[in-house]
Design a binder for this molecule. Structure first.
Ligand SMILES: *[C@@H]1O[C@H](CO)[C@@H](O)[C@H](O)[C@H]1NC(C)=O
Ligand SMILES: *[C@@H]1O[C@H](CO)[C@@H](O)[C@H](O)[C@H]1NC(C)=O
Ligand SMILES: *[C@@H]1O[C@H](CO)[C@@H](O)[C@H](O)[C@H]1NC(C)=O
Ligand SMILES: *[C@@H]1O[C@H](CO)[C@@H](O)[C@H](O)[C@H]1NC(C)=O
Ligand SMILES: *[C@@H]1O[C@H](CO)[C@@H](O)[C@H](O)[C@H]1NC(C)=O
Ligand SMILES: *[C@@H]1O[C@H](CO)[C@@H](O)[C@H](O)[C@H]1NC(C)=O
Ligand SMILES: *[C@@H]1O[C@H](CO)[C@@H](O)[C@H](O)[C@H]1NC(C)=O
Ligand SMILES: *[C@@H]1O[C@H](CO)[C@@H](O)[C@H](O)[C@H]1NC(C)=O
Ligand SMILES: *[C@@H]1O[C@H](CO)[C@@H](O)[C@H](O)[C@H]1NC(C)=O
Ligand SMILES: *[C@@H]1O[C@H](CO)[C@@H](O)[C@H](O)[C@H]1NC(C)=O
Ligand SMILES: *[C@@H]1O[C@H](CO)[C@@H](O)[C@H](O)[C@H]1NC(C)=O
Ligand SMILES: *[C@@H]1O[C@H](CO)[C@@H](O)[C@H](O)[C@H]1NC(C)=O
Length: 786
């Protein structure tokens, strides 16, 4: 099976070990396989998109199609232009799929299949080609479908059988989406030009409300023979429009154009999209791809990707091609979402950028956004400006947002972390006063419905310093999420308040600084020093865990291992949150005090006990690296002065859970979150989100360089004694220098990346004293007492 286009350059490279960093013929696109993570619930978008592009064209599968195409699904049901990448839960977007029939049996227009249930067909596995900016496959009906994109427009090249007797193509557009979320819609066809247009209102895949969307499809390459509409399999030849009810009332419905035999056996279909109007969809198409030039559009997309990726260079000397593909493909996925919908917002007019598909910030604040701050600060600036503008117009920062709708909140108000991370790292162009106001709003004002914005139970948060566990004797709640997750919300709110305190401090707001620093300690208020944990009947020997607590101060019960991979792993997910932790166990959440690690280590019994407990979390399979909250605990050994153990763990996860197969990521990619973990780990820098702290580890290449796009300065991290053939030999830092001077801290700040410089790590085969002293540790609200 040909998984992706193996270019000749790539084949040549497998035997080339040494390549100078200055080799300008190096093309990172040769190392991008967009199909990684398109199976096994990775839900990665595998199709054609520009960096952060609104239009994302791909073949849609008939199952597990949250990202459109799934490598492990059988049939294709359409080709659509709007998608999300890596999301869990319901299928996202996939509006207005188009479908090509090469002809209709016996040349009878009613013998073609119109509904998604009936038109679906398989494809030839060996025809599948996915590269940055391009996707193609050949359907079992013999039609080869190739697609590439500009920002708001897709262009398809459909190639048909050369035998003209089999060639009278029908191309339809269906006013539906992937999840069946249509509220209503309409479609029209122009019987002389064959232009298809459609409008629809749809429900979002993980949120409240509905959104409108529009399409405009023009053709080139064949003369129009006939036009009409369809409602499921009812065909209306000559009918030029159709009004379509909600999904429950009608499955598929839309319009079609039939063509005479196509010239050169190909038809080009140009598909413009808009969230504003049909006219705008047509204008987008006409201005972006005026001449239906497929090859030029593809080339422009490839150029955009090359430029985006060019800020990083790696020295691949001795490193396997597999590792390089893993690196570049993971980085590529970091630029797919959020999506740039600037100029397309139907909700408010603003001169600020509008980005969508923050899906969800609970996932992306941990690695994906800090990666963007590092490699694409301008885009990060637009994204932060967009969330601040959402606060201006909707009253709250988003926690999750898709298709212009409010998405469901999963824990804290983690846009606060996003903002402070950008603030501390000097991301330009942001109205920090309004950003600060928005964070304080999260901390002080409870919204009507905190499942879609802000925080809940703020009265108790302020009065008691924790989120009380719901009293089981009280009336059954309508929305369980309003009452539960008391532990995970408590620790996340504490960290969110810490982030506010940091900005208060830097902007001279003494009272706020004291208030939020105080609340940042609230993580301890649900800690019960007597709580023990048994795992599969055996006492783990660790004492002291977070524990649910009622409003009256009495402890409630939740087994600390519950909702870890070894005990009811699926019980704390969104659909069934009747528990006090979200998508993870008490074991996991007990480590969540990223700002107060000195006190956390003391609370858990000191440096050695902490290290043992953190090792136990990883080695006893209590952590699930496929869920983003496990990222930071991989690296928290740094805080106990054991950076080597972080390195070991991080590399073990890369070696066992990340690879270049279609199933090569351990969970949903969640808008590039899993990819960002891989990239940052391979670069050897772990950003602690919301702090100006990067935890240091040796990169997985002999040298990596990042050129800051704003300052033009280059930061290089170089390994000495690096073993490129292994994930586990010579991995321990013995000593380090920064610009030639000794560097003993096990972390570094963002100025290294804005100012540039060289960090040189000398590696060896055993743990050393480097980075282990109390002075070498990252900052903490409370001092380290060891
Ligand atoms: C540059 O890389 C190409 C492959 O991308 C290789 O064929 C060529 O030999 C390299 N040139 C140098 C000077 O390293
Ligand atoms: C095509 O790939 C799918 C998914 O991997 C697989 O289930 C199917 O058996 C393959 N078909 C052929 C003909 O190889
Ligand atoms: C195209 O026409 C041929 C000959 O009538 C027929 O065998 C084939 O099934 C038709 N294709 C479709 C998609 O109907
Ligand atoms: C897509 O939009 C971005 C942001 O406006 C712009 O910088 C870029 O040039 C556009 N790309 C193409 C290929 O038009
Ligand atoms: C479609 O649904 C939206 C949202 O409910 C509504 O505002 C609009 O009037 C409906 N359009 C039609 C044509 O029914
Ligand atoms: C068909 O092919 C010819 C020769 O390659 C080319 O000049 C012409 O533009 C093509 N027509 C279409 C519609 O692609
Ligand atoms: C097409 O138009 C005719 C005449 O108005 C109507 O009877 C028929 O139901 C329409 N078909 C569809 C699928 O809308
Ligand atoms: C934005 O401005 C345009 C042009 O003035 C107007 O047509 C549109 O209704 C405005 N949109 C909103 C949401 O106010
Ligand atoms: C938490 O907030 C919800 C929504 O306002 C409320 O119904 C619930 O009673 C609160 N929980 C407690 C323990 O007060
Ligand atoms: C505290 O509240 C819980 C839940 O209502 C109840 O079970 C427990 O008995 C109360 N404890 C005390 C000391 O009143
Ligand atoms: C900022 O924090 C430092 C250190 O805790 C403290 O001394 C200073 O007063 C704070 N600044 C403000 C404005 O609160
Ligand atoms: C590839 O990664 C997936 C996801 O973590 C894992 O299940 C699978 O075992 C890995 N495959 C190999 C060959 O390492």
């Amino acid at each position: 099976m040909r998984l992706f286009a193996v270019s000749t350059a790539l084949l040549a490279l497998t035997s080339v070990n040494a390549r100078s960093l200055a080799n300008t013929s190096f093309n990172p696109l040769d190392y991008i396989n967009p199909l990684i993570g398109s199976a096994n619930q990775g839900h990665v978008f595998a199709g054609a998109t520009l960096p952060f592009g609104m239009v994302k064209a791909v073949a849609d599968s008939d199952s597990d199609s949250a990202g459109g195409f799934a490598s492990d699904a059988g049939n294709i049901i359409g080709f659509s232009q709007l998608h999300d990448s890596g999301t869990g839960g319901a299928n996202s977007l996939g509006n207005f799929p188009i479908w090509p029939h090469p002809n209709c049996t016996d040349d009878d227009i009613t013998s073609c299949k119109y509904s998604s249930d009936n038109r679906r067909t398989g494809y030839f596995n060996d025809s599948l080609v996915a590269t940055a900016g391009y996707f193609g496959l050949t359907l079992d009906n013999g039609v080869q479908a190739e697609m590439t994109v500009s920002n708001h427009t897709a262009i398809y090249r459909f190639t048909f059988d050369a035998d003209v007797s089999l060639n009278s193509p029908v191309i339809l557009v269906d006013v539906s989406d992937l999840e069946g979320g249509r509220v209503n819609g309409s479609a029209s066809v122009d019987s002389s030009s064959g232009r298809l247009t459609a409008a629809g209102v749809f429900s979002p895949s993980f949120g409240d409300g509905s959104y409108p969307t529009y399409t405009c499809i023009d053709f080139q390459g064949a003369e129009v023979r006939n036009t009409g509409n369809f409602a499921n399999e009812a065909v209306g030849t000559g009918n030029t429009s159709i009004s379509i009810p909600d999904q429950q009332s009608l499955g598929s419905g839309g319009v079609w154009t039939q063509f005479k035999a196509s010239q050169n056996n190909t038809i080009l279909a140009r598909v413009g999209m808009s969230f504003l109007s049909i006219d705008n969809a047509c204008q987008n198409a006409e201005s972006e791809i005026p001449n239906f030039d497929f090859d030029a559009t593809r080339k422009a997309a490839e150029q955009a990707w090359k430029k985006k990726l060019s800020v990083i260079s790696i020295d691949p000397t001795g490193v396997s091609t597999e590792r390089q593909i893993l690196f570049w493909s993971s980085l590529y996925r970091g630029f797919i979402s959020p999506q740039d919908y600037t100029g397309q917002n139907p909700l408010w007019n603003s001169s600020e950028p509008y980005y969508d598909s923050f899906y969800c910030i609970w996932d992306s604040f941990r690695a994906a956004h800090p990666l963007l701050t590092l490699v694409d600060p301008l885009s990060q600036s637009y994204m932060v400006r967009s969330v601040v503008d959402t606060y201006r117009h909707e009253g709250f920062l988003p926690d999750c947002r898709m298709s212009f709708c409010k998405g469901y909140t999963q824990g804290g108000s983690n846009a606060d972390v996003l903002i402070v991370d950008a603030y501390l790292k000097g991301v330009p162009g942001i109205d920090w006063d309004t950003a600060y106001e928005a964070m304080v709003n999260d901390a002080e004002n409870e919204p009507t419905d905190f499942t879609i914005e802000g925080r809940g139970n703020l009265t108790q948060w302020k009065d008691l310093g924790y989120i009380p566990t719901h009293d089981p004797a009280s009336p059954t709640p309508g929305n369980a999420a309003l009452y539960t997750r008391s532990i995970s919300r408590t620790v996340e709110y504490a960290y969110n308040d810490f982030c506010i305190s940091v900005m208060a401090n830097k902007t001279g707001k003494q009272n706020d600084y004291e208030k939020y620093t105080g609340r940042a300690k609230n993580w301890k208020n649900m800690f019960n020093s007597d709580q023990t944990s048994k795992v599969q009947g055996y006492d783990t020997g660790f004492t002291g865990f977070l524990q649910p607590k009622y409003e009256n101060g009495t402890w409630a019960e939740q087994d600390p291992a519950f909702c870890s991979p070894i005990s009811n792993p699926d019980s704390c997910y969104f659909g069934n949150t009747n528990y006090e932790t979200y998508e993870g166990s008490v074991w996991m959440y007990t480590f969540y005090a990223p700002h107060d690690m000195g006190d956390l280590i003391t609370t858990l019994g000191g440096r050695e006990a902490f290290t043992n407990r953190l090792s136990f979390l990883h080695f006893s399979n209590l952590a699930n690296i496929g869920d983003e909250q496990a990222f930071l605990p991989v690296y928290q050994f740094h805080y106990a002065g054991r950076p080597s153990l972080s390195t070991q763990r991080a590399r073990a996860y890369i070696a066992t859970s990340f690879n270049t197969t279609v199933s090569g990521i351990p969970g949903n990619d969640d808008s590039g979150a899993m990819g960002s973990f891989a990239v940052l780990t391979m670069l050897g820098i772990w950003p602690v989100p919301g702090q100006d702290v990067y935890l240091l580890n040796p990169p997985l290449f002999s040298e990596v360089s990042i050129t800051n796009p704003l300052t033009g300065k280059t930061a290089t991290i170089r390994n000495k004694n690096f073993d490129p053939s292994s994930y586990s030999s010579n991995i321990y830092v013995q000593s380090a220098t920064r610009d030639g001077k000794a560097w003993s801290k096990n972390w570094i700040t963002h100025d290294f990346f804005t100012e540039g410089g060289v960090l040189e790590l000398t590696l060896g085969n055993s743990e050393s004293k480097w980075g282990t002293g109390t002075d070498d540790l990252p900052p903490s609200l409370s001092d380290y007492d060891f």
